[in-house]
Design a protein around this ligand. Structure first.
Ligand SMILES: [Zn+2]
Length: 245
């Protein structure tokens, strides 16, 4: 069953349930989502797993040169990222994550928590298990999820046109097969190579500087003439000399 089909069936079931119960969902209130549902408004000073879940989804709105820590603590950087997320999607930019912000996130995500324009399958053409890399399978998959939310922010900023991922997670075997670097971030699941069209590789690399990617390699960097590589390594390394980076 496709995800869309599953979602349609879920919608029908929910509609039937709502009709039988005599209850109609009110628009504008936070609605349950198959992936994750926030149960409280979050703002500066809050901490917890629900803040972590929020941070994963707004980390792509880290601002120029920024990289948001996904640490479960709602500080100034999280407030700023939430404000940028709200501005990007036409919401009142108060830096407080309440029902309107959560509703927008629900609208942007699938039931497996991936943003609507990217899939786990897209971020892993190596194997189906996410195993065999430099980290555990669950960590690799979690890293890929974070990358996808950053890509979603990048995609939106570039006018909601498609972005083409040509390589994501790689096991050691897959990395060796494509001649990847020994310590490649692809082994960690947090890297994505992007192909050109409709955006140029330089456009992708330049715009990525605003979306939380500590690693950006593109045209001008050895071996990157035909793709732009993005990742979230621990400290910044950007190199795409043909793009002025
Ligand atoms: Zn790469």
């Amino acid at each position: 069953m496709t995800r869309r089909t599953a979602r349609l069936i879920l919608s029908i079931v929910m509609l039937i349930a709502a009709t039988l119960g005599g209850v109609v969902a009110t628009t504008g209130t936070a609605q349950a989502d198959g992936c994750y549902t926030w149960s409280r408004t979050l703002s500066s000073g809050a901490s917890g797993a629900d803040v972590t879940q929020l941070q994963i989804r707004v980390a792509g709105h880290a601002g120029s040169g920024g990289a948001l820590a996904v640490d479960g603590a709602y500080g100034p950087a999280t407030t700023a990222a939430v404000k940028r997320f709200q501005t990007a999607y036409g919401l009142a930019a108060d830096g407080v994550a309440g029902p309107a912000t959560f509703d927008k996130i629900y609208a942007l995500q699938d039931n497996d928590c991936t943003p609507i324009h990217f899939t786990y399958a897209e971020l892993n053409t190596c194997n189906s298990t996410w195993a065999g890399g430099a980290v555990s399978a669950s960590t690799a998959k979690a890293n890929a999820l974070r990358t996808m939310w950053k890509l979603e922010a990048l995609r939106h900023a570039l006018g909601d046109q498609p972005i083409r991922v040509t390589s994501g997670f790689r096991s050691h075997a897959c990395n060796d097969a494509v001649g990847g670097a020994a310590g490649s971030r692809h082994l960690y699941g947090d890297a994505a190579d992007l192909g050109s069209g409709p955006h140029s590789l330089c456009r992708l690399a330049q715009q990525a500087r605003n979306h939380g990617f500590n690693g950006i390699l593109g045209p001008g960097y050895p071996g990157h003439g035909d793709h732009t590589h993005l990742d979230h390594r621990a400290s910044r390394f950007w190199s795409a000399s043909a793009c002025g980076i």
